[in-house]
Every structure is written in structure tokens, then in C-alpha cells.
Design a protein around this ligand. Sequence first.
Ligand code: AHR
Length: 669
Amino acid sequence: MKKLLIFSICFTPAVLGLGAEPAFTVDASHAAGKVSPTLYGLMTEEINHSYDGGLYAELIQNRAFLDDPKTPAHWSVVQDGDSAATMALDPANPFNDKLSMSLRLTVSRAEKQHPAGLANSGYWGFPVKPRTKYHASIVARADATFSGPVTVALVSDDGRKIYATEHFSGLTADWKKFEVTLKTGRVAPTANARFVITLDQPGTVWFGLVSLFPPTWDNQPNGFRQDLMQMLVDLNPKFLRFPGGNYVEGNTVETRFDWKKTIGPIEQRHGHPCPWGYRSTDGLGLLEFLEWCEDMKAEPVLAVYAGYSLRGAHVNPGPDLEPFVQDALDEIEYVSGDTNTKWGAQRASDGHPAPFNLHYVEIGNEDWFDKSGSYAGRFAQFYDAIKAKYPQLKTISTVGDDQPAHSLVRSRNPDVIDGHYYRSVDEFLRMSPGYAKGYDRNGPEIFVGEWAAYETSFPPWDNRSRQEPPTPDLRAALGDSVFMAAMERNSDLIKMQCYAPLLVNVNPGGRQWRPDLIGFNAISAYGSPSYYAIQMFSGNLGDEILATASLETAVQGCATRDSRTGEIFLKLVNPQATPETLKIDIQGITSIASKAVAVTLAGDPDDSNSMAQPRKVVPVTATVRHVRPQFDYAMPPHSIVVLKLTELHPAIPAPQQSGRDGRIESSHS
Ligand code: AHR
């Protein structure tokens, strides 16, 4: 692979013939390197209820009654008037060996006017929306005296309003699956709702699984929440790194992301404890991750479990590690193998005959935490096995450029190294101008697989961060943006990068980490200022890096060009509390369109978006007129600006220009 070295240009104001204002100089005479087409992507794992109670659209919390072995968490008894019922976990009557617990409902007194049963509180409520269909699937059996009917309904928290209701009958002593559609009418949207299951006569019913889905993205069964998927698609991601993060490792070897247990019908998925303090249903399993990539037109960056878990246990390289290496090979075959392979055939029978396009496999996660020193050996064993069977795949080492050079994996030459940057805003402002400048362009490619700026005085893993709002403010977006600009300047080497974590359920108890990019509750979602900054950057990316230099200013930035259209994208970040007028100097071009577009995210640095004010800080688009190859541009305080300029072919004369340079004439949101 050809690697290019990018030099910063050291122009002086005298050479440019410019005045006292600071200059931002772009050398457009030639490309300084190629922008990685996969630069912007997403990182994801089960944290902050990202999947269960988040993107994975299942609405019933504790649908298989496995969350707590002692009590039916999130379920309660419903009684009305004189009716009477009890509920109990029943391990002696499981649906199957995967869903190894059932919930027994015993209704001792009930009648039509006074039914009794169960209620589920959902993931902090249910998203009741007008004229919407909800699909319930319920695995149940009953004692010999009862065959139905069973009523299911979405009702208000106080039980007074019924938003949608339906019945099913035909229960027997054998387990059966019942499918029911609930349809709302002209209701006002609310999350203050419960899902109730009631009987209007005495009887005993066992439930093996109770599931409820709203309409999903692309109407896929077992699918994704529509609003969150739209927000992710709007980030223009080119890859998805999954399933972690710590989630791939698990707290222990036994609770790792064991991919073979996450495929097939949901009735066959037992789920497992995730390292972030709650249980994962595994409803969003390996195939769903891959379909998620497909839905976003992004490629999978597959992290495989590599024999190290968070609480410090590791599997010794050698024979002990062999089964884990084989699991990884099987996983790669499931993702990318033809249907004539064992695991490719399994994928087809799970509903997806076409193989997925896989280029990158990450071996573990943050293995610098493994103080036993076993990663070099573990990496080598995975590397050799993967390369022997899949020589075209690129392997990613989890000891990245954020770690001291002496700790990098030397046992083999990883194709890519993954560095993680959780840094304060000040630290990003300090380090970004020099980031990756002196790196060896002949070394491994770089993946910045997790990064985020925090604006608090303590890091994300400090418990005090739980007192702060879950998503960051504009100040953090300024830190994020200078780092993104640094990665873009070096995107011949930084092949992929992704903010983390991506999603947070903002309800009390929903979150384990801050800052997070997108906040949501049961019914709504919003993007942080950082979300909009990433969208501005990823949606305006050329294929050529243009070398830049900024002089005597705290403004940081980068420039790229789309070689097909001649568009030049300048990304500028003014972290200061004062406006800054820049002499923008595009060198090496003769002609530029006099009209440009400026997209600006600016405001009070303490401002942020929230559930109550989801669009307080959003980008504003304006037309800039009278643009020339050299022009003045005034940046507001605390601002992130993407300027979209168009280089004109020398043969096409530029339109007549007059008036002050770089004047913004009209603006709209
Ligand atoms: O993004 C949150 C956590 O930070 C990830 O799970 C882990 O890889 C990192 O330490």
C-alpha cells in the first residue's frame, strides 16, 4: 500500500501579501494524499441500553423472565375491583432449554368488568403513537380448565385509557405461539403507558415469552427503531464497529459475546449478562448487526472475542485458545462465507443467503489492559489462523497509537492498530494540531475506534459524570471537531474513526457512561451538538487531502477536495470566545465560484440539546457571496464551520464579482 507523507506548509503573511488578520492557507495545487473513503463510521455496543430499550425495537422489558432469577422484574399484577391474581417465576415449567424460565399467572377471581392479569412497564414506558400497529408474539400454555380468551392491551399508566386492545384464544396444556396485532386510533403520542395481559375468568397461564414490536425500520421483523436508525443513517457512516467495546469481552470468559448463542429465532436466544450491569436479550445478535450494516450501506468491522475479559481473566495462547480461534473463524464464515460452507448455510437458513462484504476483523478490545502480557501470543494465534484461511482480510490489533510504542504488538505485523481517545476538550485542542504528524506512513493503518471529548473536569469513567446531562454540550463539540479535523488532515493514514458511545437511554438508570452522542427515551430522540458536528464533517468529505496551514490563530481546520466535482470543503473550528476573521487563501487555483455555502454550528459553549430542547444547538446553512481564491471570512465565537467552495475549471470564466469579500448574504436553518 502506498503511503504518503503530508507536510504542513509554512507560508508567511508576507509571502501571501495578506494583512494583519490570521491566515488559513490551503494548497490546492495538488492533492497531499487520498482521503480514506471509510473515514467516518459508527462504533456500537450494548451500553446505556443502546440495544435493549434502544435501537432494538423490542418494547417488553424482561420478555423471557430471565433478568432476575428471584423476581419477575418489570412485571406487576393487575387487579380491578374484586378480581384477584398472583404471579410467580416458574423454573419448573420452561418453554425450552434456552428460555429456561416461565412466568405463571394465576387468576383466582375475575369477570368481564373486572379482569385480572399482568402488566409490563416496558423500557421506561411504551411509545404510543396514533394510528400505529404493534405486533405482539406470546408463547403461552394454560391449565386444563382454561383456553381463553386472553386480552392484551396498551393502556395508560393509571389504567384509565386503553390505547389499543386485542384478544386471543386457543390455549392448551402445550406451549403455543400466539401472534396479535394491536392498533391505536387517534391517540396523542405518549410514553406513559403499560402493556397488560388479562383474563376475565379464573385460570392459570404460563408465559414463556412476551414480545411486542412497533413498526420497525424497513418493516423488518425483529428489527430496529425507526427514529434512531434514521439518525444513524443521517451520519453517513461507511462502517459499523461491533459488538464492542467491552461488550465483546464480557466481564468473564463465560459472559463474552458468544456469537453462536445470538443467532436463530429469538425463542432460541437465552441472552447473557452484559458488562454494563444489565442483561442482554441477544435479540440484537450477529445477523442483526450485519443487517444493520446493510441498512446503512456501511461495511462491518467485526470484533471477535480474543481470550481476554474485563475482570482480568485471560485464556492462554496455545491449545486453550484453540476453541476461541475456531469460533472466530466460524464467525467470519457466517458473515462472509458462501452458502456451501457450514456457517454460510446457517446464515442462509437464518434468512440471509447473500454473504456480507467483510474487510476488517478486530482481534479483541483494549487488550493493553491485559497485564499478563498474553496479547502478543493471543494476537499471533488469531492472526495466523485468520490469514491462513482469509488472506484478504485485514487484522486490527487493539493496542493502538494511543499506547506507548513499546507496548504495540510485535509478534506479528497487524494491518491496522486501534487507538482510543477519550480526552478533555483542552487536551484535544492542544494535541490536535500535531496529531499523527510524525507517524510512520509505512507502518500499520490507524483506526481510531473510540473517541470523544468531555467538557467536565473528570473523565467518562468517573462516577461523578453520572450527575451530568447524558449528552455533551457545544464546548465538547468544539473539542470533537478539532480532533476530527486532525484525523481528516491525516486520513491517508487514519483509515477509520468513530465516536463512542453512540447511544444513551436518558432515563434514570439507563446510562453507564457519558458523554454519548444521541439521547433517547421510549418515544423521542435527539442529537447532541457533537452529533451535528459529525454530520457536518462526514457529509462534506472530498477524496483528496489538501495541505493547510493556519497562522497566528487558535482556529484549527482541514481541507479536502472532491476531485470529480471540484468542490473544496474547508472545516474550521473557532474555540475562542471572540469572533475571528480569517484570510482564507486557496493557493494553486485560478478560479473559484463566487457563491459558497457555509454550514455553521455556533452558540454559547454551555448550550446543549436535550429531550426538552432537542434542537437548541443545530447547524445553520447560509450562502456566502463574493468568494475569491483569497477572501476574508468572519467566524463567530465558539463555532464550527464547513465552507463548501467550488473550484472552477480554468476554461470556465468566473462570474463577475463585486462587493466585499466573503459576505454572507442570506441564511436559513
Ligand atoms: O465506550 C465505552 C467503553 O470505553 C468501551 O466499551 C471500551 O472499549 C472503552 O473503555
